[in-house]
Design a protein around this ligand. Structure first.
Ligand code: MN
Length: 238
């Protein structure tokens, strides 16, 4: 999606501040599943961030989250709500909309906005203040089995995410009982490829440019070392 398309659909300042205020006040319990976050009320409602806007500082600034969550993600969510009426997908969850629109040329805009909502909601939950370090237990065993050790996994995830050309996402997924690293372009998501997402890092420039400018590697390494919510990642294991 182009910057122009994103900007065109952005919220006005008043809406943005209202959203930012709600999110800033919310301190939801960590470890919620995505579907839980959407369970109350409208399934397409933008869920609050699971931490305050400044909670990930200094790794990710409040300014980045104000734009990233409050304008980019909120803009995608607003677009989906506009696209649902008359689409035949009324009452469906975000995941169901992603699956129903994937690969359909006439639904590309709908897919892009819904998949970006899914991916971002997942990304927020993959981080927590004071996160990072190493996973433990069943998840560590699965990483050892899939990659031959944590260091090899970390290298595959970081190198893949840094090397993703242009805008996209770096993922740890479970597929056929095995863990692997994949990257996706733009709004693409492993959901539509039969894989179960476990961990994601957003490598669109809007995720890191205010804090790291062009230094994507510094952002991805800091994400791994200081932000990953391994409890959430482990809870996604099937
Ligand atoms: Mn993003």
């Amino acid at each position: 999606m182009s910057q122009a398309e994103e900007t065109k659909t952005g919220l006005d300042r008043r809406e943005f501040l209202a959203l930012a205020g709600v999110a800033g006040a919310a301190m939801a319990a960590p470890g919620l599943f995505l579907s839980d976050a959407f369970a109350a009320g409208d399934p397409l409602e933008l869920a609050p961030l699971p931490y305050a806007m400044n909670a990930l500082e200094p790794v990710i600034s409040a300014k980045t989250l104000e734009f990233h969550y409050g304008k980019h993600h909120a803009g995608y969510a607003a677009n989906v709500k506009k696209m649902v009426p008359g689409s035949g997908l009324e009452g469906k969850s975000m995941e169901e909309i992603v699956m129903a629109t994937a690969g359909k040329a006439d639904k590309a805009g709908f897919f892009n906005n819904a998949a970006q909502c899914y991916n971002h909601a997942f990304y927020w939950k993959c981080m927590k203040p004071g996160g990072g370090g190493m996973p433990t237990g069943k998840l560590m065993n699965a990483i050892n089995a899939g990659f031959g050790g944590y260091d090899a996994f970390r290298k595959a995830f970081v190198d893949g995410s840094i090397g993703r050309f242009g805008s996209g996402w770096g993922w740890l997924v479970q597929e056929g009982g095995k863990l692997k690293v994949v990257t996706t372009s733009n709004a693409e998501t492993p959901l539509t490829q039969g894989a179960t997402p476990l961990l994601v890092v957003d490598v669109w420039e809007h995720a890191y440019y205010l804090d790291y400018q062009n230094r994507r590697a510094d952002y991805v390494n800091a994400f791994m070392d200081k932000l990953v919510n391994w409890d959430f990642v482990a809870a996604n294991l099937k």
